[in-house]
Design a protein around this ligand. Structure first.
Ligand SMILES: [Zn+2]
Length: 678
């Protein structure tokens, strides 16, 4: 952690170095690189606010650490997703993203004007658009660049690109302009990732985020002089120009993306927690929520560092999008996140806290670990949903961590569970982002279902073990692009168990988990009839019969001899889904006795039988609702008398709110809009 304390000196040194010798003017943040710095960018960009154009020149230094001789490079031009209605993004989305429609006047694009080698050799004519995912010839979000000379292993290449980009208006799919507010993401030509012997450079899809290699970024941003700028990394220098503009020089190390924002209207708030400096850029009409944003950011940094590991960067910037620019809200970039609020947001509606905790969480799962969001979105959004639920619940829960207002209490986990329930079995969790049945299934499988399955695992392993799993995963895989099997391997190793049975069902199948109490009964044990019957040979206190008809004896023998009066009680549990998971069952008796049993859940049903001097009142499977993957909690309980006694309080309240919410016609739309923001 020492680098954080020393950073001030280092930046000061960097600034001095820049003043004295402009060449190689580059501050040092991490004397020992944290990541393999394969993709390094020096970019100068000038914003034409009137036409929302970016004029950029970019020098990319890329290292071939693959061991292969490489004959071409591949690049993303993400903004071309908004070029016209024929792009893959627009065809898939129908022009709508995260609840916003593209404005007919608001198209954007990215144009490479010239691409050359450091030697000056012009390669522009070699550029060729490719469509690795869908053969859509109209899509211009990926191009290949055949090299004049192959690039040998361990060699590096310097490529210079001059580009012009136009930002969508209003902001659409995370990036764009609104009046004098600009949020600039996915804006520069960006090299793909060379991995497993090939380029991994997917087109920009409606339901996908990103994948990139780490590097060092030096970015000079020129905007009107009156403007305030926020960006990935740290401000090294601000220089005023003769033409009424100013150039802001930002430097970032060991990051895999760079985003920035500018507006003349931002109101700044600052704070600090655990050596991380927090800067919040608020819209003037939300300025009264500035400190609330700072507090939420502090909570996020603190919880993540305490629970999941070190956030090695010295700062975090939180951006509040302008009114009418919500398309740029709720998004993550390295050391820079966007939130979202509205005027008068009540304290009991913790949308601000939730979105900041969520977006900061990405600085772990998307940024520090940098998994492939195109192909395995659950590893970012899904793990992030789990950690968001944990932190919300710990800080503001357990009752109403998301909404606690006018007597209405809703938890973050309940909202995610609702989305999961609507999409439980369309797809296996792990798929390419554009390969899901629908946007709803992508959302559920990328966010909500992983949130449910990791919470289920958390409850199965226990908090201590799960925290160890998460911490080990972060420690071992930071800066290394982990894949699904890497997470599974860490969970197996740290827990000391082979959990493949769980992950195979939860991640690689669409199997539905549903256990139910099918039948309960209790009746007075009759005197024996017929030959040779004697109550002193009454059956044991409890027996379990499974679908495989093995008999298990549990509990102690009853006192016998028919006094006091004996009752025979029974519970039939069924596994209604294909997903097999061990379950606990609690039988509650009239005298207050509770008997807890565990069933491995493998067969289709299990019968529990008891002979006791007291009547069975109710039975509940998974009484603490630890198995969040269970698609139906309402069948988990049954009372002998149809009095509803068996339904525990929690599920009764949950059921009430479910029904209430589902009766609101606008609810699903609002829910979709909110949850798709993240
Ligand atoms: Zn997210």
């Amino acid at each position: 952690m020492f680098h954080k304390h020393r950073f001030g000196q280092l930046v000061a040194f960097g600034v001095v170095a820049i003043c004295c010798a402009r060449a190689f003017a580059q501050p040092i943040l991490f004397p020992t690189p944290l990541s393999p710095r394969l993709a390094n960018y020096d970019i100068s960009v000038r914003l034409d606010t009137k036409n929302r154009l970016l004029h950029g020149s970019e020098t990319l230094t890329w290292f071939n650490k693959s061991g292969d001789t490489i004959t071409e490079l591949q690049f993303h031009l993400y903004l071309n997703a908004f070029r016209n209605s024929q792009s893959t993004f627009m065809k898939e989305s129908g022009g709508t993203s995260r609840g916003n429609e593209i404005d007919p006047e608001g198209w954007g694009f990215s144009e490479v004007n010239k691409i050359s080698l450091a030697s000056g050799e012009d390669l522009t004519a070699r550029m060729e658009f490719i469509h690795p995912d869908d053969d859509n010839a109209e899509d211009k979000t990926v191009f290949r660049l055949p090299l004049p000379k192959p690039l040998r292993p361990l060699d590096s290449i310097i490529v210079r690109l001059d580009f012009t980009a136009k930002l969508p208006q209003p902001p659409f799919a995370r990036t764009g302009a609104k009046e004098e507010y600009f949020f600039v993401g996915q804006w520069f030509p960006k090299i793909g990732v060379y991995i497993d012997g090939k380029w991994n450079c997917h087109q920009f899809h409606a339901n996908s985020e990103f994948f990139a290699d780490y590097g060092v970024y030096n970015v000079h941003i020129t905007v009107p002089e009156k403007n305030i700028v926020g960006a990935t990394g740290l401000l090294v220098e601000k220089k005023t120009n003769a033409d009424g503009t100013a150039t802001h020089f930002y430097h970032a190390e060991d990051v895999h993306d760079f985003a920035w924002t500018t507006s003349p209207e931002y109101v700044e708030f600052t704070g600090e927690v655990q050596d991380v400096k927090i800067r919040v850029l608020m819209q003037p009409d939300h300025a009264d929520q500035g400190l609330r944003h700072v507090e939420a950011a502090k909570t996020a940094v603190e919880c993540f560092q305490n629970w999941y590991g070190d956030y090695p960067y010295p700062n975090l910037t939180v951006v509040d999008p302008r009114r009418g620019a919500f398309g740029s809200g709720g998004m993550e970039y390295p050391t820079l996140i966007t939130a979202g609020t509205f005027y008068g947001m009540p304290a009991g509606l913790r949308f601000v806290e939730n979105v900041i905790i969520h977006e900061f969480g990405h600085n772990f799962w998307y940024h520090l670990l940098a998994s492939n969001e195109f192909e395995e979105s659950w590893m970012d959004e899904g793990i992030n949903t789990y950690t968001e639920m944990q932190i919300m619940n710990d800080k503001y829960g357990p009752d109403g961590d998301m909404l606690d207002f006018l007597g209405v209490k809703i938890n973050t986990g309940q909202l995610h569970r609702l989305r999961y329930l609507f999409n439980a079995n369309y797809d296996p969790t792990v798929r390419p982002a554009w390969g899901y049945y629908s946007g709803g299934s992508y959302g559920s499988n990328s966010y909500s279902k992983p949130g449910m399955l990791l919470t289920t695992l958390h409850n199965y392993l226990g908090q201590e073990t799960m925290l160890k799993v998460m911490r080990t995963y972060v420690e071992r895989w930071r800066f290394k692009h982990p894949q699904t099997r890497d997470f599974v391997n860490v969970a197996n190793e740290v827990s000391g168990q082979d959990l493949n049975w769980f992950f195979d069902q939860a991640l690689f199948s669409n199997a539905v988990l549903d256990y139910s109490v099918d039948r309960v009964f209790t009746r007075a044990l009759k005197k024996g009839e017929g030959y040779d019957f004697d109550l002193s040979t009454a059956p044991p206190d409890s027996t379990m019969t499974s679908g495989k008809s093995e008999k298990v004896k549990t509990g102690d023998s009853v006192e016998a001899k028919g006094k006091p009066k004996l009752y025979e009680s029974g519970i039939n549990i069924r596994r209604l889904g294909a997903f097999k998971f061990p379950v606990e069952v609690v039988a509650t008796f009239e005298n207050g006795e509770k008997v807890r049993e565990t069933w491995d859940g493998q067969e289709l049903w299990k019968k529990l039988r008891y002979t006791k001097p007291t009547k069975l009142v109710s039975a509940t499977v998974d009484p603490e609702q630890k198995i969040m993957l269970d698609v139906n909690f309402t069948n988990n309980s049954k009372a002998v008398e149809p009095s509803g006694l068996g339904l525990d309080k929690l599920s009764a309240r949950w059921l009430f709110w479910m029904q209430f919410l589902l009766d609101q016609p606008e609810f699903i739309n609002v829910l979709t809009a909110i949850t798709s923001l993240f």
